[in-house]
Design a protein around this ligand. Structure first.
Ligand SMILES: [Zn+2]
Ligand SMILES: [Zn+2]
Length: 362
């Protein structure tokens, strides 16, 4: 696979380009490389590349991530208001009191939530717009079903720890210049539990956990975008000491579409027409996410005119309803003419005459 080009380079912009510059550059390049208009080899690839660059640079969050981390960054942005995930691990809590006090190093074996997992999926433009079901395969730590995480062979009870007498702590008295310290440390034989396991569970070798490969189905809601993630509560790694499992975060990468482009929840489609269609009007069929749709082009339509196909856009993610499809008229100038066409254009040119320009009088 070819190396991904820098998005600024793709759009021919400096890194401090304004939002307006990005929009302008994109429009220009998208027109230039549109597969309907440009039949050169590689035009469609270039069109996709331009789309992808615009998708990232036109989004504030993604652009910031791209500026910092490059291509990898843009693929991993959380949406605004999207709950960040934490990796679950608490550091040791260390408390120290000097001057004849007690030094306690506590690493309490208390319940805590399992680690979160992250998974990236790629979906098509249509799948993002209409929603879909996906399956992801993850490997995660789960509680051992045999011992339910107790680590003991079923039926064999743990016994009191001899080293600490069941308190889970060992105290050492230390003398120093500042006075007498009492050091309390976690008992290393029982890890502070006060009990030791007499016979380990054979199925997990006494760890309490097992690794499993799981296929998990993910409902991707209609209207999802690159900046959104899906949280599957409790589908992460098993919790510790009876704590709840972590979450699974599925990050979505929406592939660029060959013809459609997304603007918020609207779908933008450029419709190529010839001079005659624009001048005389026509009835055409345009593709939409929901199948082909008939559309009237009124006579005398100008290049760039936008027609709205109501509710043919992308579902709103957080509310009901959908965006629209915006059909942008793209009047194509023929780049080669047959003899007959040339003759007709010449006749037409005579008939139309020159367009009167307002600025000519100046
Ligand atoms: Zn076990
Ligand atoms: Zn102990």
């Amino acid at each position: 696979m070819a190396v991904k080009r820098d998005y600024y380079e793709v759009l021919g912009l400096p890194r401090d380009a304004s939002t307006e510059d990005i929009k302008k550059a994109f429009r220009k390049l998208a027109m230039q490389h549109h597969p309907d208009r440009n039949h050169d080899a590689g035009a469609s690839e270039r069109f996709k590349e331009v789309n992808e660059a615009y998708e990232v640079l036109s989004n504030e969050d993604k652009r910031a991530a791209y500026d910092r981390y490059g291509h990898a960054g843009a693929d991993n942005v959380f949406g605004r208001g999207f709950e960040g995930y934490d990796m679950g691990g608490f550091g040791d809590i260390f408390e120290a009191f000097f001057g004849g006090g007690t030094t306690t190093r506590t690493r309490r074996q208390t319940a805590r939530r399992g680690n979160d997992l992250k998974y990236n999926i790629s979906i098509t433009f249509e799948e993002a717009a209409l929603g879909c079901e996906k399956e992801v395969e993850i490997t995660r730590t789960e509680l051992c079903p045999t011992c339910r995480g107790t680590r003991s062979k079923p039926g064999v009870q743990p016994v009191r720890c001899n080293s600490c007498g069941g308190t889970g702590q060992i105290r050492h008295v230390q003398r120093s210049l500042f006075g007498q310290f009492v050091n309390t440390a976690i008992c290393s034989d029982c890890q502070g539990e006060g009990t030791v396991i007499k016979e380990h569970c054979p199925d997990c070798r006494g760890t309490g956990y097992q690794k499993h490969k799981r296929r998990i189905s993910v409902t991707v809601p209609a209207g999802i975008n690159n900046t959104n993630g899906i949280r599957l509560t409790g589908e992460g790694e098993a919790g510790y000491r009876g704590g709840p499992a972590g979450n699974l975060f599925v990050m979505v990468n929406v592939k660029a579409h060959e013809y459609f482009r997304r603007e918020d929840d609207d779908v933008v489609y450029e419709l190529p027409v010839n001079f005659a269609q624009a001048a005389l009007g026509d009835e055409v069929e345009v593709p939409t996410l929901y199948g082909k749709c008939k559309m009237k082009i009124p006579s005398g339509s100008q290049n760039g005119k936008v027609f709205k196909l109501k509710d043919k856009g992308i579902a709103h993610l957080h509310s009901g309803g959908r965006g629209d499809q915006l059909v942008v008229l793209n009047v194509m100038t023929p780049d080669s003419l047959s003899k007959e066409q040339r003759h007709l254009f010449e006749e037409l040119s005579k008939s139309l005459g020159n367009i009167k320009r307002k600025d000519v009088d100046y």
